[in-house]
Design a protein around this ligand. Structure first.
Ligand code: PBG
Length: 317
């Protein structure tokens, strides 16, 4: 059954569809031209007009969902640009909704690290931390309402604060956005593979690291508890992140809960493949398919990946 390509396809157990892919996109306030991100070939810090063009190209390719990350011109201790009605992501959401209506699924990453001057995902209890979990929840609620108001279909809290899904669900419901869903970054590990993202999003912490709120890599039972808690608090989809180094976690989450499950093939995963391909050490296209299929095979219904456009184009061809 492996003798020819058509035979192999006849018995292939898993496949990718462009509709399952979500493209992460960066939009930066005050840019006059899009800027390519050196460690993420083909990915840009976008202006509003270049963001609209990019989403047009993604839709053309068959990708229907995007997740937005904003880089504000002004950062402060509370990350207030994250919830300002004129914040860069809110403006981007309104623009994209106006341009593309309901053809596109708009997700908004919900975190403060791009917006705080100290680069942590929440507000701090003192000048050198720690993060004040409960004070952060109140701000996350405001961010969620601002994103919903601007047109997000789903908000995606990625800060790993305890109780974030419940706080956001309550704020959305109270503000009349009960139809806006939550994609919870439920099992998000303190990973070295976020390096290129932090450069792209200008969100590296000024001091310390994120190990006091993101998960510790050895733990899988804890991931199941995190997911159970987020579902109880009202998450509509749950996510495991990064993807390839945590396929076992992804599989365990899917088997245990059977909920719509997402996985994020993060910046470092994409950068590694590109770096090796540039040296001729792996074949870029084959590495893309093999990793995306592995993520599907492990149980992901939805994949967030910087390969979204390229993969979708090839699926069409
Ligand atoms: C924000 C956030 C991060 C990523 C997504 N949302 C970075 C981090 O936690 O430091 C990483 C995504 C990627 O590496 O592609 N908290």
């Amino acid at each position: 059954m492996r003798r020819t390509e058509v035979l192999r396809q006849l018995v292939a157990e898993h496949a990718l569809r462009a509709e399952q892919l979500v493209a992460p996109l960066f939009v930066k306030e005050g840019l006059s031209q899009p800027v390519e991100i050196p460690s993420l070939p083909g990915q840009y810090q976008h202006t509003l007009p270049s963001l609209v063009r990019e989403v047009g190209e993604l839709l053309e390719a068959g990708v229907r969902a995007v997740i937005l990350f904003g880089i504000p011109a002004r950062k402060d201790a509370a990350g207030s640009e994250a919830y300002s009605p004129d914040g860069i992501v809110q403006r981007a959401l309104r623009r994209l909704r106006g341009e593309f209506g309901d053809q596109v699924v708009l997700l908004a990453d919900l975190c403060l690290c791009e917006y705080t001057d100290h680069g942590h995902c929440g507000v701090l209890a003192g000048p050198e931390g720690p993060v004040d979990n409960d004070a952060t929840l109140e701000i996350y609620g405001r961010v969620a309402v601002a994103q919903a108001e601007a047109g997000a279909d789903l908000v995606a809290p990625s800060g790993m604060m305890d109780g974030q899904v419940q706080a956001i669900r309550r704020s959305l419901d109270q503000a009349g956005y009960s139809h806006v869903g939550i994609l919870a970054y439920a099992a998000k590990y303190a990973s070295c593979f976020y390096g290129p993202f932090r450069e792209a999003a200008e969100s590296a912490p000024r001091f310390g690291d994120r190990r006091t709120y993101q998960m510790d890599p050895p733990n899988v039972r804890e991931a199941l508890r995190e997911v159970a808690q987020d579902l109880e608090e009202g998450a509509d989809l749950v996510m495991v992140k990064p993807a390839l180094p945590y396929l076992d976690v992804l599989r365990a989450v899917k088997e245990r809960f059977g909920m719509p499950t997402a996985a994020y093939q993060v910046s470092g995963e994409y950068a590694m493949i590109h770096a090796a391909a540039q040296r001729g050490w792996v074949d870029l296209e084959r590495a893309m398919w093999e990793t995306l299929l592995a993520i599907r095979r492990a149980g992901a219904d939805v994949i967030l990946t910087y390969f979204a456009k390229e993969a979708a184009r090839k699926l069409r061809a």
